[in-house]
Design a protein around this ligand. Structure first.
Ligand code: NAD
Length: 338
């Protein structure tokens, strides 16, 4: 079968990881990535052998910088079956008419609103609904984490209610422009935060409310989750349910912080210290009368990456079974957590 032709528009934190993950699959290929300027990230993309496409007016600048562009972004789209838009939140919406004009399938990220595609994706929650679709949005890192945990428990026990308190990393490690450096910021002051409604864009039947703060760290987010379920269960049951999921990693062995999770990711040789799995502390899992509590940590730069690959596979009709796609994606990128 011919490989699906994929372009990645926006080669930043998410885009560079999505490009590498797509490249690792045997049923899809990267036609090109787009960069607006010939900076250090473009130079690395060039070294990695990606075809770089640029806004038509900037193509010459890439030539001068010694990393010739293969053409304009429009030309990249014309050669592709599907574009993964990884531009900053809000830009993706402006790109939509360009995708419509070329007549190409498109995936956006969590920085765009649900209405951009009318369908929000999480592989464990609604893979089958994505099969053959033209447009989809892979939900944000926090929402991906919540959907993974909630849909896993919902399938086994039924979820009645979820309440979550989120401590969000302030910025990504490479971001020198934003803060806070010394504050805990209510994000936002008005409750609930947008995360609960965003989970409902994937799991509409879940009763969920969220509150978020932004804290001065760049590594990961941490959630304190409280979930009410419909069936009696023990903490051991919950550990076994989470432990059976390939994209949930139970972490222990003395790890009590996000810093140690990242060190662990470095030690096991993960690219860019990526932790694609949702990390749950099994020791934190506590059950009192159908109510469970636990802590989870999310590597914001990478958790959505395998989701993008699965969304491509579903939309391109390369695989109709979500579990098979998840397994294939995991294997190709090296996600083995057992
Ligand atoms: P980023 O700023 O790291 O990368 C965006 C890239 O797009 C940059 O290289 C930028 O130069 C480029 N770009 C800007 N305008 C462009 C245009 N018009 N055409 C082509 N390229 C353009 O952003 P990011 O963190 O990768 O976020 C991308 C999307 O992923 C957003 O929707 C964001 O909300 C979402 N997301 C981010 C994270 C995270 O923690 N970083 C996690 C999950 C989802």
């Amino acid at each position: 079968m011919a490989k699906a032709k994929i372009s990645v528009n926006g080669y930043g934190t998410i885009g560079k990881r999505v490009a590498d993950a797509v490249r690792a699959q045997d049923d899809m290929e990267v036609i090109g990535i787009s960069k607006t300027k010939p900076n250090y990230e473009a130079a690395v993309a060039h070294q990695l052998g990606y075809n770089i496409y640029a806004p038509a007016e900037n193509v010459e600048a890439f030539e001068k910088a010694g990393m010739p562009a293969a053409g304009s972004i429009e030309e990249m789209l014309e050669k592709s079956d599907l574009v993964v838009d990884c531009t900053p939140g809000g830009i993706g919406e402006k790109n939509k008419p360009m995708y419509e004009k070329v007549g190409i399938k498109a995936i956006w990220q969590g920085g765009e609103s649900h209405t951009i595609s009318g369908f929000s994706f999480n592989a464990e929650s609604n893979y089958e609904q994505a099969v053959g679709r033209d447009l989809a949005r892979v939900v944000s890192c926090n929402t991906t984490a919540l959907c993974r945990a909630i849909s896993t428990i919902d399938r086994e026990l039924g979820v009645n209610k979820v309440r979550v308190s989120l401590a969000r990393r302030a910025v990504d490690p490479n971001d020198i422009k934003k803060g806070p450096v010394n504050a805990i910021v209510l994000n936002p002051v008005k409750l609930p935060s947008h995360h609960g409604p965003d989970v409902k864009s994937v799991l509409p039947h879940i009763n969920i409310t969220t509150a978020a703060t932004k804290v001065p760290t760049t590594l990961m987010h941490v959630h304190t989750v409280n979930m009410e379920v419909n069936k009696d269960c023990t903490a051991e049951d919950i550990r076994n349910i989470f432990g059976s999921q390939s994209r949930i990693r139970l972490i222990g062995q003395g790890i009590t912080s996000t810093a140690e999770i990242i060190e662990f990711a470095r030690d096991i040789g993960r690219p860019r210290h990526d932790m694609w799995e949702l990390c749950i502390w099994p020791e934190s899992i506590t059950v009192t009368e159908k109510e469970l509590y636990f802590f989870q940590a999310i590597h914001q730069e990478s958790i959505v990456v395998p989701e993008n690959v699965d969304a491509i596979r579903a939309m391109m009709e390369l695989e109709s079974d979500g579990a098979k796609s998840i397994e294939k994606t995991n294997k190709a990128i090296g996600l083995y957590n057992k």
